[in-house]
Ligand binder design. Structure first.
Ligand code: DGL
Length: 284
């Protein structure tokens, strides 16, 4: 069996990259729902339904454990999947998200308890980080900032361009004024902008390396859960699926993964994605 990594598109490849570095021995399947990305501005019901379909697809392919690398899916769908889907249909499988590992890393890092979080509109407006950080410590001051323009800029390859840095400065200005000492990058795409964010925030703010933190927590999880770990095969195979064009995924995905992607398959399944296009067609 494999470890599944799911994202709404390319961004989760930054997390897979860290897994391949820290835990290279396992077999992985990556699924990017590029046909329906972005999730960040969609409603809870839609995000849940898309994520549920993706999870069922990855279980069908033989995953024992799935990591929702997408912050938005972790925020809007993870709880319902854990509380309803798994007990009723997949009691021996697991689905984990990235919010709790990142919140834990934030608390471990913050020196003065002033933590900033940036993410998509769905993630920031849900206040999920405020809740999770609040459970870990009551002493924190938490400042959230939605940055909806960053995902398209990263996907367009506009990293390092003056326009992108100007937008970043605008988004980060308020957090800088609040003198945060730690910044959580609560979106899969932002690690690509890490260096620029660090430069803008200055030396008094630590910008967390999310993928590294999440891979560290996954290692710890697998150590604590041998009943899951024992079922994961170790042939170092990595399989890539996208719901959109495999050729485009290969080209752009390599930038996020930082290495060659030999082959990409289109995620075709009667239970997955077709259902949505059929119902959309019905409405037209
Ligand atoms: N993967 C999403 C996240 O981490 C960003 C892209 C999107 O909006 O779908 O929140």
């Amino acid at each position: 069996m494999m470890i599944g990594v799911f994202d709404s598109g390319f961004g989760g490849l930054t997390i897979l990259k860290a897994f391949l570095k820290k835990l290279p021995e396992y077999d992985y399947i990556y699924l990017g729902d590029n046909a329906r990305t972005p999730y960040g501005n969609k409603s809870q019901d839609v995000i849940y339904e898309y994520t549920r379909q993706a999870v069922e697809f990855l279980f069908d392919k033989g995953c024992a454990l799935i990591i929702l690398a997408c912050n938005t899916a972790s925020t809007k769908a993870l709880r319902k999947i854990q509380q309803e889907l798994l007990p009723s249909k997949y009691p021996d499988r697991r689905v984990l998200g990235v919010i709790i590992p990142l919140a834990e890393a934030g608390v471990e890092t913050a020196r003065y308890g002033r933590i900033g979080v940036i993410g998509t509109r769905a993630t920031i407006e849900s206040k999920v980080y405020v809740q999770e950080l609040g459970k870990l410590s009551s002493q924190l001051k938490i400042f959230g900032q939605a940055c909806p323009l960053l995902v398209p800029l990263v996907e367009e390859g506009w990293v390092g361009k003056p326009e992108t840095n100007m937008i970043l400065k605008k988004y980060l200005y308020r957090l800088k004024r609040q003198k945060i000492d730690t910044l959580i990058l609560g979106c899969t795409h932002y690690p690509i902008l890490q260096k620029d964010i660090e430069r803008i925030m200055g030396k008094n703010c630590r910008v967390l390396n999310g993928p590294e933190m999440v891979s560290h927590k996954l290692k710890d999880y697998l150590f604590r859960h041998p009943e899951i770990e024992d079922r994961i095969s170790r042939t170092r195979a990595v399989t890539f699926y996208t719901t959109d064009d495999p050729a485009r995924f290969k080209v752009l995905g390599q930038k996020f993964l930082g290495q060659n992607i030999p082959e990409v398959e289109r995620a075709n399944s009667t239970s997955l994605f077709l259902k949505t296009s059929r119902s959309t067609a019905g409405q037209c």
